[in-house]
Design a protein. Structure first.
Length: 187
């Protein structure tokens, strides 16, 4: 059996230029999704649930400064309200600028002891954050914010409200005429 000869010399597969573009796109996509080699964001777990944010930041002030940190966040926990429930501990995320600062903070602060008024002890645990990305800067405010006083529809609506408030209320005779109108309920 002989191989059929194609009538059209073009093959049904993609052209070489198209394949190389696809490979480039795949390579770029992989580079974007891969995490950078340096892990700079850490999480401090198992903080007391009733620990105020100010006290936590004071306790880490030796390591966490504006010069050493690019981003930080504190999430307060919740003390248990019922005896059969568990406390939800507080946690904090800190993104340092250099790996050396991360290692020094982890070495010095891991196991830091907190004691509350009732004598309960808790030990802080410092770990690398599982998600290493840091939120971006705040977006610009909405350009339409505080512009309703300039909107034509809003202005006409306010004028109609003021105009209806200025009219006198209906008289008793007019209201009684509305009440005594015949109804068409006998259909």
């Amino acid at each position: 059996m002989s191989a059929p000869t194609p009538a059209n010399p073009q093959t049904p597969s993609k052209s070489k230029a198209k394949k190389s573009k696809d490979k480039e796109k795949d390579r770029e996509r992989k580079e974007k999704t891969q995490l950078p080699g340096e892990r700079l964001k850490i999480v401090v777990r198992r903080l007391p649930p009733n620990l105020p944010e100010e006290i936590f930041w004071q306790s880490v002030s030796d390591w966490v400064t504006d010069d050493s940190v690019s981003w930080k966040a504190y999430y307060p926990g919740k003390p248990k309200k019922r005896a059969n429930k568990e406390n939800i501990p507080s946690r904090a995320y800190i993104a340092f600028k250099t790996p050396d600062q991360v290692s020094v903070f982890g070495r010095d602060y891991d196991g830091h002891k907190f004691v509350d008024k009732a004598g309960n002890e808790s030990y802080a645990i410092v770990e690398y954050a599982p998600y290493q990305k840091v939120p971006g800067e705040k977006k610009k405010p909405d350009s339409r914010q505080a512009t309703i006083e300039k909107d034509e529809d809003y202005i006409s609506f306010i004028e109609s409200l003021n105009a209806s408030a200025a009219t006198e209320p209906l008289s008793i005779e007019t209201l009684s005429a509305f009440v005594t109108l015949p109804t068409f309920s006998s259909f």
